[in-house]
Ligand binder design. Structure first.
Ligand code: NAG
Ligand code: NAG
Length: 198
């Protein structure tokens, strides 16, 4: 069983870059990792853009939009506290941290990453947030349940003048975490190294 899974994973990892190579489309790369154990995890999202994707990256802010399922949440109070220690700016709806999974709804969190930094041929940014898991309804038949965190949306605040990569669409979202004023954000296509984290 383990062998089969490894085999399939290898094929996917190989096929994806080749397909995109044929299309001649360069895409940003998103790497996801989850650290710590139990109900309190840390989710890190690292984003790498080839420099050639931009005409002028200094006009571009990056947003990661997390679509958390009812089984997971962020604690806005904790995340605000982390601001003092370099944590991300963010916007999300109010969160009831006490709710069990079967009463909670899904949660969108807009993460405003720090500015893109220059790293040889690439531009990079990353964002780390603590994620907490909610208690599930007790069950006598299952000991574990899976909480899948879907791939996030990657958005840029700049236009086709500045970004030449593949885009999916546009959305009007807050310009910064500190304002209700909306800006036009461009949702961009990307390659992900981990599609789901359990
Ligand atoms: C990039 O944009 C910034 C801000 O609009 C501007 O000051 C700068 O001159 C631009 N750089 C290039 C190379 O166009
Ligand atoms: C979260 O964002 C997605 C994609 O933009 C949207 O379809 C969904 O309605 C949003 N959900 C909530 C709870 O705001």
């Amino acid at each position: 069983m383990n062998n089969l899974v490894n085999f399939l994973t290898n094929i996917l990892v190989i096929i994806v870059p080749i397909l995109h190579g044929f299309e001649g489309v360069e895409l940003p790369k998103v790497e996801r990792s989850l650290t710590k154990n139990g109900f309190h995890r840390e989710l890190t999202t690292k984003i790498t853009f080839g420099k050639s994707l931009f005409k002028n990256f200094s006009n571009c802010d990056v947003m990661v939009l997390e679509l958390l399922p009812p089984g997971a949440y962020i604690d806005p109070f904790q995340l605000r506290t982390l601001r003092e220690f370099g944590g991300p700016r963010f916007i999300c709806d109010p969160v009831d941290v006490e709710q069990p999974e079967y009463l909670a709804s899904s949660l969108n969190v807009s993460l405003y990453t720090s500015a893109l930094t220059d790293d040889m041929d690439d531009l990079m940014t990353s964002v780390t947030i603590p994620i907490h898991l909610r208690y599930h309804r007790p069950s006598s038949s299952v000991e574990y349940t899976l909480v899948s965190i879907p791939k996030p949306l990657l958005l840029l605040s700049c236009t086709a003048k500045d970004y030449t990569g593949a885009v999916i669409g546009e959305e009007d979202l807050s310009c910064t975490s500190a304002t209700l004023i909306k800006c036009r954000w461009t949702m961009v296509e990307y390659l992900i190294t981990v599609a789901n984290l359990d």
